[in-house]
Design a protein around this ligand. Structure first.
Ligand code: DP6
Length: 338
């Protein structure tokens, strides 16, 4: 019996979507109904080590020192089955019928985040990006960045945008970088207004998107918003960026609120932060809001406005915590010290 372990560690950043992904044209392959744009959050990190160990009888998955829920465990294990299928290492060749869920070696997966979970930062994006890179490296699977992005997508859609660096565009199967982090030193000031676990997760939400009569309208206008956002990024035009990212977030929440069943993610403090952001902008500060599938508000601003934005947002009633991040690079495999 081969008892050799195969181990690798990878680092990935979460990302904030400027133009949101909401709804799939193929739910199981996570092929999105619309293109999206994001930037990586370089001050927030997920580090994941994957060690395939033939002596293990089942996978072991821990995040931030805790065993994960049964649902999260299944999602990780299924992703490892899929990735192992790309490996041609002899000991996991199961012959003609390669059923990886049966014959691959089990893995020890240890993942740690430098940011708290459940505060509106998509840990599934950085989590599946890091898991994909670490597992592929451990199994000796050599893939291009685009291919790795496509594989990460199968675990969590938005994870494909955490594989390339800086400002990133996701079209259909995978995502690519459209500008490096230094191109535009934007900051994300995340106003945490609730730490409660959200009642409806993104995966469930995507499946309901087509129930809303507004989704068709949202989709039919996506390419215009993508072009406007790409132009704003290319020319570092904050006024243009603010207009399009707020509209895009509101369109997504319009769909979410009018899906069946309807979901209301916002808390009273969500609206207070949105209003404050607009007032700050009217006063001349380059800041705009974006909101993912939850109540917390991402206040996107230019670096020189950071101090004032933080100061103003912290004072709002209902804001529990403020987390900040600049633009980050690509996901990477970290060499092990021997
Ligand atoms: C609102 O990528 O978390 O953050 O593929 O089911 O894991 P799954 O969904 P996920 O959806 C992200 C939704 C969003 C918008 C975005 O990031 O584009």
């Amino acid at each position: 019996m081969n008892t050799q372990t195969r181990k690798a560690t990878a680092l990935a950043f979460p990302n904030i979507a400027l133009i949101k992904y909401w709804g799939n044209r193929d739910q199981s392959l996570r092929l999105p109904s619309n293109d999206s744009l994001s930037f990586n959050l370089g001050d927030l990190r997920t580090t994941t080590t994957v060690e395939f160990d033939p002596l293990l009888t089942r996978d072991e998955v821990s995040i931030d020192g805790y065993k994960v829920s049964a649902q999260a465990y299944e999602r990780v294990a299924h992703h490892l089955d899929r990735l192992a299928d790309y490996s041609d290492i002899a000991e996991i060749d199961c012959g003609e019928r390669r059923d990886m869920s049966e014959c691959r070696p089990r893995a020890r997966v240890i993942s740690n985040n430098t940011f708290p979970m459940g505060v509106g930062i998509a840990s599934s994006a950085s989590g599946f990006a890091a898991l994909t890179l670490a597992a592929c490296a451990a199994l000796g699977i050599k893939k291009s960045e685009s291919e790795l992005s496509g594989l990460a997508r199968l675990g969590s859609g938005s994870a494909c945008r955490s594989v390339p660096g800086g400002f990133v565009a996701w079209h259909d199967g995978y995502a690519v970088s459209i500008a490096p982090p230094a191109h535009w030193p934007l900051m994300d000031v995340i106003a945490v207004v609730s730490r409660a676990h959200k009642a409806v997760g993104s995966t469930e939400g995507h499946a309901m998107a087509d129930n809303s009569p507004l989704q068709a309208a949202r989709l039919s206008d996506t390419q215009r918003r993508i072009r406007q956002c790409e132009e704003a990024i290319a020319n570092t035009n904050f006024t243009l960026l603010a207009e399009v990212i707020e509209q895009d977030a509101l369109l997504m929440h319009g769909v979410i609120m009018t899906s069946q069943p309807s979901v209301l993610y916002w808390e009273p403090a969500t609206l207070s932060v949105m209003r404050a952001v607009r007032e700050l902008r009217e006063d001349g500060l380059p800041v705009a809001f974006s909101i993912d599938a939850g109540p917390n508000v991402h206040c996107i601003c230019e670096a020189h406005a950071l101090k004032q934005v933080k100061q103003a947002i912290r004072q709002i009633e209902g804001v529990l915590e403020v987390i900040e991040s600049g633009v980050g690079g690509p996901a990477t495999v970290i060499p092990h010290q021997s």
